[in-house]
Write a protein that binds this ligand. Sequence first.
Ligand code: 4FV
Length: 245
Amino acid sequence: MTIDVITLFPEAFECILEFGPIRKAIESGSLKIRFFNPVDFAPHPKQVDDEPYGGGAGMVMKPEPLYKALSKAKEGFQSSHVVYLSPQGRLLNQGKVKELSEKDHLILISGRYKGIDERIMAFVDEEISIGDYVLSGGELPAMVVIDAVARLLPGAMSDPDSWKTDSFEDGLLDAPYYTRPREFMGMEVPEVLLSGHHEKIEKWRRYQRLKRTLLKRPDLLEKARLSEEDRKILEEIKKKLGMED
Ligand code: 4FV
């Protein structure tokens, strides 16, 4: 897939391209990342922002440089999926990440100042937010999308199945992890994990995922894919913790 980023600060992305799953996805050829700077599409004197009509504080990104950058990025692609990162967007989640990772061409618009001229929304397929807080630019949100998408691509992860046990994969939070040493500051590793009994270990991890989701993110349980066995375990946990409905 190709991910194009329309941004006034392409240099901000250097740090994420140098290592980890993003670099491996690029090296494996499953990911290409390009940058389009609206300044390069702005006529002299290269103005890319201006005052808001109707007055008020702050500046707005002008439509023409954005439109030209967008058109340039689309060149040569049958279909392109255009995403504007903004607080007005739908909250990003793993389901959306998976959906975006199946696109051939993804264009991410990173705004600055108060945002972009609203008329550019006519060329945007969807708006995505990474959370209910205000950042100084859409670059970090674009990096979040790139990182989350890249790790699902072929060649990105040393163990290609690793993401299958990730949080949210089946709607539940992940189980706790332990590694050497067996004893740390008086704290032991759960016995079952040392048993080599894979079925017991899977059962324990499923139990932990259900318990942690119930305690940390009960809202996720509504959407999670739960078996009858899972529901029985959840009732047991609620009883044990005195949380019966
Ligand atoms: C944001 C978010 C975000 C708003 C004005 C950039 C800033 C500035 N984007 N999720 N939260 N964007 O705060 O995606 O232009």
